[in-house]
Design a protein around this ligand. Structure first.
Ligand SMILES: Cc1cc2nc3c(=O)[nH]c(=O)nc-3n(C[C@H](O)[C@H](O)[C@H](O)COP(=O)(O)OP(=O)(O)OC[C@H]3O[C@@H](n4cnc5c(N)ncnc54)[C@H](O)[C@@H]3O)c2cc1C
Length: 378
């Protein structure tokens, strides 16, 4: 059985980032992925400037990607079963995000990791994990390997967190369900990023125009998702973006997304660390998970390089979840009156730019609420 310093389960942004940083410090890392790469990933494909800055700080330089559209404005509105209302367009001074194809983006991160010395085993599903003395034994079909450290980056549907006793299956109020379709026949909207609140209690509907194709979707927390398909159909019908009034001709995808902003501080058990979606690290207001996956990958790798996995939990709390708990508060405020929130952003440029700073990685939800709380609730 081959012995590695670190085994990383899952080659999404979290796993690929961690593996690349480890390899750069000459740590012997194996990256295991159940799919054949490049694998499709159901996602809006918005990658924030925050995510790109984190990659840059980790010395991860992306090659030129085929789909990588600059976003210098966003349109906001509301929607419900009967209608959709376009309420505001907000322009950014510089691009705040890019729209990409996740298969391409994620594959570029894996290729970067391989260039730095990571060994990749793809088409290999981890089915069990055992602990023998201080080593983790990772088991797949006809496969066994062991390592001192284990990074679980196997996404929202991954089983490693359950196998290691971090948590049970997600409860219906801990994950969201999204319905999404990737389309090529559409009317390009004036802004690449389009968000519509209100039709769902948690979450929103979106239309992201990537240039050569677009992602249209809607998501809400699983416990409230019984009407999601109907809401999605209504959004497609009333949006004006799609040259069809029915969803019958669309190929629909459904996937889950963590909705908690982190799983109650439970991110590390000895040398086993939970990363990205597996740890619930997604912004519960915006649904942004790529930057937090990258950030947790970076923190995990640095803790291992410093031989201090005990620090992981504290660092995730300090750098990620202490902020995302304020995003949860924002969800509750916006839910009360989405139109009011959008109008506030549309009419007060300082507030809008304050929000954009979060996406840029230059501010936090805590700071945003501190600056705007009174204006939002009074
Ligand atoms: C519809 C939708 C839209 C979204 N839109 C956005 C967006 O626009 N911007 C944004 O920032 N975030 C978005 N997100 C969230 C984002 O996709 C995730 O937060 C992000 O992919 C998390 O990265 P990760 O590396 O933790 O996990 P993943 O990207 O899910 O990667 C996990 C990997 O682990 C592999 N794996 C799973 N089980 C095993 C196993 N047993 N053995 C081996 N490998 C395994 C999987 O195949 C996968 O490749 C969206 C999510 C959804 C559902």
């Amino acid at each position: 059985m081959t012995n590695y310093d670190v085994i990383v389960i899952g080659a999404g942004p979290a796993g690929a980032t961690a593996a690349a940083i480890l390899a750069e410090s000459d740590i012997n890392a194996l990256l295991i992925e159940r799919e054949k790469l490049p694998r499709p990933k159901i996602c809006g494909g918005a990658v924030s400037k925050r995510a790109l800055s984190l990659l840059e700080a980790a010395n991860i330089i992306l090659p030129e990607l085929k789909t990588f559209k600059k976003c210098q404005s966003m349109q906001l509105g509301t929607f419900d079963f009967e209608s959709i209302e376009h309420l505001a367009t907000i322009k950014f001074e510089n691009e705040a995000a890019y729209l990409t194809d996740r298969a391409e983006f994620d594959y570029a991160l894996v290729q970067n990791a391989i260039t730095k010395g990571v060994e990749l085993k793809q088409n290999l599903m981890v089915t069990n994990i055992k602990k023998e003395n201080s080593q983790f034994i990772i088991i797949g079909d006809d496969f066994r390997a062991k390592a001192k450290y284990l990074l679980c980056a196997d996404g929202v549907n991954g089983t490693s967190a359950i196998l290691l006793g971090f948590r049970d299956k997600w409860n219906d109020d801990e994950v969201g369900l999204c319905i999404e379709s990737s389309i090529t026949d559409y009317e390009p909207p004036p802004s690449p990023l389009n968000f519509y609140f209100g039709g769902v209690k948690w979450g929103y509907a979106w239309f992201f125009d990537k240039g050569d194709h677009a992602s249209i979707g809607a998501g809400t927390v699983l416990k409230d998702a019984s009407n999601l398909r109907r809401l999605f159909n209504s959004f497609v019908k009333h949006s004006g973006y799609i040259n069809t009034s029915s969803t019958e001709n669309l190929k629909l995808n459904a996937w889950r997304i963590p909705a908690t902003g982190g799983i109650s501080g439970n991110f590390a058990k000895g040398n086993a660390l939970l990363l990205g979606d597996a740890a619930g690290l997604v912004d519960p207001f915006l649904g942004e998970g790529v930057s937090y996956a990258i950030q947790s990958g970076k923190i995990a790798a640095e803790c291992i390089i410093n031989n201090n996995s005990d620090d992981y939990r504290k660092k995730i709390e300090e750098e990620i979840t202490s902020n995302l708990k304020y995003a949860k508060i924002l969800v509750k405020i916006v839910k009360l009156n989405p139109k009011r929130f959008i109008k506030l952003l549309a009419n007060d440029n300082a507030i809008a730019m304050d929000y954009v700073k979060i996406v840029l990685g230059d501010s936090t939800y805590r700071q945003f609420l501190k600056n705007t709380f009174k204006k939002m609730v009074i």
